[in-house]
Design a protein around this ligand. Structure first.
Ligand code: GLC
Length: 631
C-alpha cells in the first residue's frame, strides 16, 4: 500500500475514533443510541450519524432465512430476515429450534460494528401458521362473519404470544384487503367485501402489537416482548383486481379506491400499525410498487404513516412484465415510490449493487435513504429490539395452548353461517340430536385437517391429510360430541346403495375446496372439487342431510340446494374442528351472518352488496340462527 493510502487510512481511522470518542464523552459511556433513557428521536439521529452508506442500505434489505448465513448478515449489514411460506428450521420444528435459529441470525447482526439488531418476519396470518403445533385460527373470510372486533383482538393477542414463542417479533398480518370478486385466490385472506367490516377487524392490530397509549394515536407502537410488530397489507386495492386475477390491475375511480380499499388503512395507521406491505397489483395500470403518489403522497404524507413500508416478496421485480426485466429500473422505481424495506429475498447482492449505483449517481437522493432507515430504526427502537434482541423460551408453552385452542374453537363457532335449515314444510334439521341410532359422516373434507385449514398452513399452499399439525377434524369432533351409544359411520364418498342400505338417521356431508394460496387459488368456475357434488347427490338424494362447505369463499351451490336439507358455510375453520360440532349439535347456536355475497352463478361476478344488479343465492348479511339445544 502506498504512503498516501496509508496516510488516508490513518486519517480515516483517527476521524472515526474521534467521532466515537465525542459521542461516548457526552453520554458518559454508552453511545446515545444504545441508551434507552434517551428520547427516541435522539437515538435515531445519533445512530444515523454513525452509519455508513453500506450500513444504511443493509437496513433496507430483507432476505430469506435460507441465505441468512452469519457472513452474509455481517458483510452486508442485513437489517431483516424472513421465513417465506413454509420456510422452517426443520419439519415439525420445536419452539426451541425456532428460537435457536432466529438467535443465531441475530447474533451475527449484533456482531457488526454498530450492533443494530435485525428484525425477523413471518406470515402469521391465521395463527402462527408455518409452525407445527401452533393454533390455526379460521382464515379471515370466516372471522369477518363474526363481526366481533374484540374476538379479533383476542386472536391477535394469542397469535403474538405464539409468534414470540418461536423467537419472532414481526408478523406480516393482518391482510386488510377488501375482496370484491371471489374468483381471487386470496379472497379468504379478506375479512369482507364491505370495507366497514374490514375496518372493524383491524382491532387485531392492537391485539398483535398492544394497545396504543391514548396520547400516541397514529404513531407506530409495539408493547414489549409478548407483542409483535404487525403489517397491514397489501397496500392498496389488492382485492379489487379485474375478475379477481391475482396481482393484476384494479381499474377504479377515486371514490372506489378511497371509499372501498383505503378505509382499512386509515384505521390501521390510527391504531399504530408498525409496517405496511405494498401490493403486487396495479391501480389503473400503475404497479403499486412504483406508485409514489399513493405510497408516499398518500400513506406517508397524507395519512402521516410513520412506520416502515415493506415490499412484497420480489415485489419490485414484478414492477416490470416479465418480472426482473429491468432490475435497475425496479430498484429505482420501488425506492423512489417510498418503499423503505425491500423483501428481496435472495438476490441481495444485485439489489445492493443497484441501489449503491443509483445513490452514487444521485438518481436516488440520500434523503430518501435516510427516510427509509429512520423509519426502520424507529420501529426497532420502539419495539425494544435494541434492549432485548435475543429471544428465549419464556413463551414456548403458549404455542398451541389449550386456552388459544378454545379461543379458536369459539371463533370457529362464530364464523359459521347457517344458510338453510330444513326443506319447505319440514321441521328444522339443526341442531342435530346427539343421541340416536346410527349416523353417516361423508365427504372429502370430513376427515382432513389440511383441507379445513386451507392455504398458508405449514406450507405456502397448504396440505392434504391429517399429519400436518395438531388439531381436531370435523369427523373427530362429531365423534367427540354424539352420545356414546350413537354409532358414527364414516365413508368419504358413499354410493347411493350404501346410503340407502345403511339405515342412517341423518348424514353430515363435508365438502369444499382443496387448499390453495395466492394465484394458485384464482378460479373462473368456483366449483367445489369432485367427488363433492356426487357425494351430495348420493347422500342427500336418499336421506336427511346437512352439508358443511369448507371453502375459502362462496362456491357454486345453487344446483344442489334443493336436494340439501341443511347447509352450513364453515369457510376455512383451522385446527379446531370441534367448533363446527358445537353448533351442529346445539351446544351453541348459529349466529354468523354472511360477510360476503353468495352468488347464484359465476356469470354474475363481480357482485357485491349495494350493487344495482344484485340477485344472490344468499345476500350479504344473511344467516339463520338457532338456539342452543335444551339440556
Ligand atoms: C407473499 C405474499 C405476502 C407475504 C409475502 C411473504 O407472496 O404476497 O402476503 O407476506 O409473500 O411471504
Amino acid at each position: 500500500m502506498g504512503t498516501l493510502s496509508k496516510a488516508l487510512c490513518l486519517l480515516l481511522l483517527f476521524c472515526t475514533l474521534a467521532v466515537a470518542a465525542a459521542d461516548v464523552a457526552d453520554t458518559g459511556g454508552a453511545p446515545k443510541y444504545k441508551d434507552p433513557k434517551q428520547p427516541l428521536g435522539a437515538r435515531i439521529r445519533d445512530l444515523m450519524n454513525r452509519m455508513t452508506l453500506q450500513e444504511k442500505i443493509g437496513q433496507m434489505v430483507q432476505i430469506e432465512r435460507t441465505v441468512a448465513t452469519p457472513d452474509v448478515m455481517k458483510n452486508y449489514f442485513i437489517g431483516s430476515v424472513l421465513s417465506g411460506g413454509g420456510s422452517v428450521p426443520a419439519p415439525k420444528a420445536t419452539p426451541e429450534a425456532w428460537v435457536n435459529m432466529v438467535n443465531e441470525i441475530q447474533k451475527a447482526a449484533l456482531s457488526t460494528r454498530l450492533g443494530i439488531p435485525m428484525i425477523y418476519g413471518i406470515d402469521a396470518v391465521h395463527g402462527h401458521n408455518n409452525v407445527y403445533g401452533a393454533t390455526i385460527f379460521p382464515h379471515n373470510v370466516g372471522l369477518g362473519v363474526t363481526r366481533d372486533p374484540m374476538l379479533l383482538k383476542r386472536i391477535g393477542e394469542a397469535t403474538a404470544l405464539e409468534v414470540r414463542a418461536t423467537g419472532i417479533p414481526y408478523a406480516f398480518a393482518p391482510c386488510i384487503a377488501v375482496c370484491r370478486d371471489p374468483r381471487w385466490g386470496r379472497c379468504y385472506e379478506s375479512y369482507s367485501e364491505d370495507y366497514r367490516i374490514v375496518q372493524e377487524m383491524t382491532e387485531i392490530i392492537p391485539g398483535l402489537q398492544g394497545d396504543l397509549p391514548t396520547e400516541r394515536r397514529g404513531v407506530p407502537f409495539v408493547g414489549g416482548k409478548s407483542k409483535v410488530a404487525a403489517c397491514a397489507k397489501h397496500f392498496v386495492g389488492d382485492g379489487g383486481t379485474v375478475r379477481g386475477i391475482d396481482e393484476n390491475n384494479t381499474v377504479i375511480d377515486s371514490n372506489g379506491l378511497f371509499g372501498i380499499h383505503m378505509p382499512g388503512y386509515y384505521k390501521a395507521v390510527n391504531k399504530g400499525v408498525a409496517t405496511v406491505m405494498v401490493s403486487y397489483s396495479a391501480v389503473n395500470d400503475l404497479r403499486m410498487h412504483a406508485n409514489k403518489e399513493l405510497v408516499t403522497g398518500f400513506l406517508k404524507d397524507k395519512l402521516k404513516f410513520r412506520g416502515f413500508v415493506i415490499s412484497d416478496w420480489q415485489g419490485i421485480d414484478r414492477i416490470t412484465n416479465p418480472p426482473h426485466l429491468n432490475y435497475s429500473y425496479s430498484v429505482y422505481a420501488g425506492i423512489s415510490a417510498g418503499i423503505d424495506m425491500i423483501m428481496v429475498p435472495y438476490n441481495y447482492t444485485e439489489f445492493i449493487d443497484k441501489i449503491n449505483n443509483q445513490i452514487n449517481k444521485n438518481l436516488i437522493p440520500m434523503s430518501r435513504i435516510d427516510d427509509a432507515v429512520k423509519r426502520i430504526l424507529r420501529i426497532k427502537f420502539t419495539m425494544g429490539l435494541f434492549e432485548e434482541p435475543l429471544a428465549d423460551l419464556t413463551f414456548a408453552n403458549q404455542l398451541g395452548s389449550k386456552e388459544h385452542r378454545e379461543l379458536a374453537r369459539e371463533a370457529v363457532r362464530k364464523s359459521l353461517v347457517l344458510l338453510k335449515n330444513g326443506k319447505k314444510g319440514d321441521n328444522p334439521l339443526l341442531p342435530l340430536p346427539k343421541k340416536t341410532g346410527k349416523i353417516l359422516v361423508a365427504g372429502t373434507h370430513a376427515d382432513n385437517l389440511g383441507y379445513q385449514c386451507g392455504g398458508w398452513t405449514i406450507t405456502w399452499q397448504g396440505l392434504d391429510g391429517n399429519d400436518l399439525t395438531i388439531g381436531t377434524t370435523i369427523l373427530a369432533a362429531v365423534k367427540n360430541t354424539v352420545a356414546p351409544t350413537t354409532q358414527v359411520v364414516y365413508n368419504q364418498n358413499p354410493d347411493a346403495n350404501f346410503v340407502k342400505s345403511g339405515e342412517f338417521d341423518y348424514a353430515i356431508v363435508v365438502v369444499g375446496e382443496p387448499p390453495y394460496a395466492e394465484m394458485y387459488g384464482d378460479s373462473t368456475n368456483l366449483t367445489i372439487s369432485e367427488p363433492g357434488p356426487s357425494t351430495i347427490g348420493n347422500v342427500c338424494g336418499s336421506m336427511k342431510c346437512v352439508v358443511v362447505v369448507v371453502s375459502g369463499r362462496p362456491v357454486v351451490m345453487e344446483p344442489y340446494v334443493s336436494t340439501i336439507d341443511a347447509l352450513v358455510a364453515a369457510w376455512l375453520p383451522g385446527t379446531e374442528g370441534q367448533g363446527v360440532a358445537d353448533a351442529l349439535f346445539g351446544d351453541y347456536g348459529f349466529t354468523g351472518k354472511l360477510a360476503r355475497t353468495w352468488f347464484k352463478s359465476v356469470n354474475q361476478l363481480p357482485m357485491n352488496v349495494g350493487d344495482q344488479h344484485y340477485d344472490p343465492l344468499y345476500p350479504f348479511g344473511f344467516g339463520l340462527t338457532t338456539q342452543p339445544a335444551k339440556l
